[in-house]
Design a binder for this molecule. Sequence first.
Ligand SMILES: [Zn+2]
Length: 447
Amino acid sequence: MRFDTAIVGATLLTGDAAVPVVRDGVLGFAGNRIAFAGPRAHLPDAIPASRVIEAAGRLVTPGFVNVHTHAVLSLMRGVALDMGFAPAYTRGVPRGHDITEDEAVALARLGALEALTFGSTVMVDSYVHAHVTLPAMAALGLRVWSCTRFHDVDFTRVHEGVWRHDPAIGDACIAATLDLMKAQEGANNGRTHVTLAPHAPDTCSDALLTKVAGLARETGATIWTHLSQSRLENQVISERSGCTPTQLLERVGLLTDKLIAAHCIYLTDDDIARLAASGMTVAHVPKGNATGGAMAPTPKLKQAGARIALATDNLTQDMTEAMRWSLAVARLQIGSVSDEWQPRDAFAMATQAGAAALGRGHELGKLRPGYLADCVVFDFRHPHLTPLIDPLGTLVHDACGRDVEHVFVDGRQVVVDGEPMFADASNIRAEAQRAAEALWARAGAKA
Ligand SMILES: [Zn+2]
């Protein structure tokens, strides 16, 4: 056995139930796959590797799979979250259709930079200008599933409370998505993929949702949406379609195991049963929901057997923080600490559950031989991460994205000492700052 790279001496959190924690471990890569994940004692004294990274005092995890993001909406940082439940429905913030391609790229690079340096190796993203933001994000080295924002509502009026559907808008989204699939599906050495991303039940007509379901069956693509994000959405669907948003997705054929639906806050018991039975995955955004004053009924969803994966949406792209919030939000609803909501559950939601939702549970989300060589090296040599008695508990309750030292994707190092390998972080910040200042100035002038 010979490795291209070996990370030596760290504690490994493998995500593998048989051996979840390996102390003084070695993680060895050959090409883009994991060749060894086990104790150093099982290898010769001289580790057979072209490159050895000494990593005592570090914790290594699988790369995090962030199943619901809008990288461009890093634009909203520090402002929009105090104005409404989501930017698309909020007055006075820059609108998606006002963002130029160059501005979208500048902001998407910022969102992807933050996510990657905080340990997400997969982002499942959607917003405007995906044909340029997807390759720009992938250029940083991470895996990206993306799609242009898909709707037939006239988004220029939604924040005024007007839902006017125009089939021509929907047809343009379908055409753009099919073009994006041709250009990006499987590109960047298999790191980029295209989803079908109907924005939400209320911003897509029943007819458009039915078309998307047909496309999903034809292409086998992952379906990505928002679902019961607000009481307003439920009300619009009740008036328009005479059912709940969950019932609508089922009626049009979108409630399948290919669906990743974000938020899932305002659900009836009947909705919960339907979601659980369908095999879909809830993209749980615990911090974003709570910041908007809401909690998804995750204890009920879990008890019903629903699959739940974690996401950051357009807030801080820190999956470690999301793990911590997922426990707090569930325990607030249960009223106590619970066996069902432990660090192992949050860790699985942030890794394996996301991989499974993308149909990649067999090769992503664990440190296991044969899996793709995606991992995160946390520097645990800090007061807030000491003493290290239970590494998983300490990771979930006390670590944060800023503790990430190195990130690998496909066996290739993409973050070194907290800095991106394939981009200049200060350039990305400067360009995003310029784009955001211009967009907020234009939004202010309009208001
Ligand atoms: Zn979202």
